[in-house]
Write a protein that binds this ligand. Structure first.
Ligand code: HEC
Ligand code: HEC
Length: 242
């Protein structure tokens, strides 16, 4: 009887020690600690803008942290927060810049129908703050070693196709002033019928298609932005959709 009590006491102490150990290591090991507590101070609008900058693939065209380098036709954004006012930046993001009927190079898309006023304001706050690095605001990686479908699926998120064409290419994202009133699906019978070869799909993504002026949003020109192997991967992925 006494031995049983002693054993229970030892076990209880052991459990307590293990618990304390786990608690202590949580604070000291940043790789396993749950990110429940803020570690540094960052303006929430600037942080949200940094995540929007990745989600809407601004980073794919303007480079990571807006530092350029993706294409000679897309300017870096570093430093422009000092020279451009809130109103000008808001107008550029909402209405786009420099699209021509037959784009031969990347143009700044019209984002008004796709990005909310709050998100545009956050993007402006982020640009005006000098596009700082923000924790977890990093583009989804595109794996090169898991086959074209997986790469295409990742590229569909990385380049923000998903924001305009919806999850699984379902389409239907409102584009109220356009003839179809919505951004088209990239799945289903009508799409398959019109885009019945890989080459047609690939060429369309590369060239883009301008269907009207702001406030209509058009299909961006991705030639020179998305490498060839990823364009092919996007096509492979689109063909797996319903
Ligand atoms: C498909 C490529 C592409 C994407 C995606 C893109 N941009 Fe642009 N952006 C451009 C190009 C090209 C220009 C230059 C247009 C011109 O001057 O004719 C530009 C210009 C701009 C400018 C004006 C820069 C200046 O110096 O006047 C701002 C600001 C800007 N983009 C912000 C954004 C933001 C914010 C996003 C994401 C919501 C974004 N861009 C997404 C291609 C892109
Ligand atoms: C800013 C919104 C926007 C983004 C981002 C966007 N698209 Fe589009 N896309 C459109 C619009 C609008 C059309 C319709 C163009 C037309 O009818 O000429 C379109 C058309 C297409 C089409 C032809 C479908 C059809 O029925 O006309 C394909 C294929 C396509 N997009 C693929 C992509 C891929 C792949 C990506 C990502 C790399 C992408 N799009 C990103 C807006 C967008």
């Amino acid at each position: 009887m006494r031995r049983a009590v002693a054993l229970a006491a030892v076990l209880a102490m052991l459990a307590l020690a293990m618990g304390v150990g786990a608690w202590a290591s949580r604070g000291s090991n940043p790789t396993t600690a749950a990110p429940t507590r803020p570690t540094g101070k960052i303006n929430p609008h600037v942080a949200a803008g940094a995540h929007d900058f990745v989600q809407f693939a601004c980073a794919a065209c303007h480079g990571s942290l807006g530092r350029g380098g993706a294409s000679p036709y897309v300017p870096a954004l570093s430093g422009i927060g000092k020279s451009l006012t809130v109103a000008t930046l808001t107008r550029i993001i909402t209405h786009g810049l420099g699209e021509s009927k037959n784009p031969k190079r990347p143009f700044m898309p019209v984002w008004g129908p796709v990005i909310s006023k709050t998100q545009v304001a956050d993007l402006v706050a982020y640009i005006r703050a000098g596009l700082p690095q923000v924790q977890y605001a990093t583009p989804a990686p595109i794996p090169g070693n898991q086959g074209p479908v997986v790469a295409g699926m990742a590229a569909y998120v990385h380049y923000g196709c998903i924001n305009c064409h919806g999850p699984n290419g379902l389409g239907g994202v409102p584009n109220p002033q356009s003839p179809d009133k919505a951004i088209p699906p990239l799945s289903g019978q009508d799409f398959r019928k019109e885009f019945n070869t890989d080459a047609k799909i690939l060429e369309f993504i590369r060239s883009g298609s301008v269907i009207g002026k702001a406030p209509i949003t058009s299909m961006p020109h991705w030639g020179g932005i998305i490498p060839n192997w990823q364009l092919k991967a996007l096509v492979a992925y689109l063909k797996t959709l319903k």
